[in-house]
Design a binder for this molecule. Structure first.
Ligand code: FNR
Length: 369
């Protein structure tokens, strides 16, 4: 269908599902076990309702913000997701160009299907790219990767900590996990001769991609190691409870991304919106020490606004960007950002907020009653 017919992120997903190969569809859409956490990630948003305010001036409405000090046209960023080329030959570059045209920030996956320099080359001069780090078990191999992306000009490191092994994604596992190098040219650790040393059999595409990653990371060891390599902001991606949010803040990182990897890792991990809500109730001090973000199940402007009311600085989206670039390339990416922007501005105005700072915890209720 023509792009003008796409009115929502769900519309985009429907088109993408029809156009993706069965392997790409399985890899992109799959989640762990019975996919309960995956569906609850989205459903959690329907448990929070607005405390709508009226008679406030909203003719001027500005949804722009800053993430780790970098400007963003809306409080939304691209959460790093692997293998964009499975859906479209231009892969991650579609997202880079779409992010540039709409003024948002892209976090590039360690398992991107273009090289980190090719993605940087697709960016505009002043564009901000963040990097998602999967830490190799071998510190010096991991160090090379960090130095490479720092040199290339990536502006922050998001260290993923929720994927030390792959979750049990059965729809993905049913497909062969070998990625044909000539087909994808994926610069992962294990392709090009660096075969997995740890077991990966039966773990699908995801298991193969992270088979050489560090399963012994700790707050005491890993954060100082990373800090010693770079002065860039460090964000921990994959915090799933209040206790670890507190430990991350104490470890001196710059941000935490509350995330269960889009329901692809531990089944029955809490939806990020619920973690955010608990963190706000139990440890509001954490929000003063680190920037807090969430990702998982975000599809609407109202989802974004609820997370911001509860204290998030911004939210990440994973699958929606993969779907958009798969279905329409760069134009698809631009389209979903435009949809989100319109939905965010509409929701802010109807809620009585004209700037991001106006979004406050008292503007959401934890249930309809
Ligand atoms: C991911 N995600 C992910 N995370 C990460 O840190 N490194 C990665 O390489 C990937 N790869 C990846 C591939 C695919 C196909 C998906 C769907 C997800 C997780 C991603 O960053 C993000 O946390 C979730 O996608 C957020 O959930 P939604 O927006 O997809 O619901």
């Amino acid at each position: 269908p023509p792009l003008a017919r796409i009115l929502s992120l769900r519309d985009m997903e429907v088109v993408a599902r029809q156009t993706l190969s069965s392997k790409a569809r399985a890899y992109y859409t799959s989640a762990s076990d019975d996919e309960i956490t995956h569906s609850e990630n989205a459903r959690a948003f329907s448990r929070f309702f607005f405390n709508t305010r009226v008679m406030r001036p909203v003719a001027r409405c500005d949804p722009s913000t800053r993430i780790l000090g970098f400007g963003s046209s809306i409080p939304v960023f691209v959460s790093g997701a692997a293998l964009a080329k499975l859906g479209h030959p231009d892969g991650e570059a579609n997202i880079t160009r779409g992010a540039s045209q709409t003024g948002i920030i892209q976090m590039v996956s360690s398992n991107a299907s273009l090289s980190y320099s090719e993605i940087m080359a697709a960016s505009a001069p002043s564009q901000t790219l963040f990097f998602q780090l999967y830490k190799h078990a071998n510190d010096s191999i991991a160090e090379q990767r960090v130095r490479e992306v720092v040199d290339l000009g990536y502006k922050a490191i998001f260290l993923t900590v929720d994927a030390i092994v792959a979750g049990n994604r059965e729809r993905d596992i049913r497909n062969p996990w070998e990625l044909e190098d000539e087909e994808k040219g994926i610069p992962t650790y294990w392709s090009g001769g660096d075969a997995p040393e740890q077991e990966a059999d039966g773990m699908g595409t995801a298991g193969a991609l992270i088979a050489n990653d560090d399963r012994d990371m700790t707050w005491e060891k890993t954060i100082p190691w990373l800090r010693s390599l770079t002065k860039l902001p460090i964000v921990i991606k994959g915090i799933q409870c209040v206790e670890d949010a507190v430990l991350a803040a104490e470890a001196g990182v710059d941000g935490i991304l509350l995330s269960n990897h889009g329901g692809r890792q531990l089944e029955y991990s809490l939806p990020p919106l619920e973690i955010l809500y608990k963190l706000r109730l139990k440890r509001p001090d954490v929000f003063d020490k680190v920037e807090v973000y969430i990702d998982g199940g975000i599809n609407r402007g109202t989802d974004v606004i609820k997370a911001l009311c509860l204290g998030a600085t911004a939210v990440g989206l994973g699958r929606p960007f993969l779907y958009a670039q798969s279905a329409y390339g760069t134009a698809g990416v631009v389209k979903i950002v435009e949809i989100l922007r319109r939905e965010i501005v509409t929701a802010m105005r109807l809620l009585g907020a004209s700037t991001i700072d106006d979004l406050r915890p008292e503007m959401v209720n934890a249930s309809a009653s």
